[in-house]
Design a protein. Structure first.
Length: 71
C-alpha cells in the first residue's frame, strides 16, 4: 500500500469537493438565500467560520478513509 499516493488522492478529492461546493453556491446563489430563511437549521456565517477548520479536517479524514477502503 503506497501511503503517499493515498494521501495525495485524498487531498485532491478534498480540493475537488470544496471547489464543487464553491462552484455550486456561486452558480446558484438562491441556495444561500434559502438557507438564511431557516436560522434554526443553518448556523449563522460567524459560527460556521469558527468551526470551518474542524470541518475541513474531518472532510479530509473521511475522504482518506474512503480512499483506503476503495484500494
Amino acid at each position: 500500500m503506497n501511503y503517499l499516493s493515498l494521501v495525495l488522492a485524498a487531498l485532491g478529492a478534498t480540493v475537488a469537493y470544496f471547489a464543487f461546493g464553491f462552484l455550486l453556491f456561486w452558480l446558484v446563489p438562491s441556495l444561500i438565500d434559502e438557507a438564511r430563511k431557516y436560522p434554526a437549521v443553518f448556523r449563522p456565517k460567524e459560527k460556521m467560520m469558527a468551526v470551518m477548520p474542524i470541518g475541513m479536517a474531518a472532510t479530509f479524514i473521511a475522504i482518506l478513509v474512503v480512499a483506503i477502503i476503495s484500494q
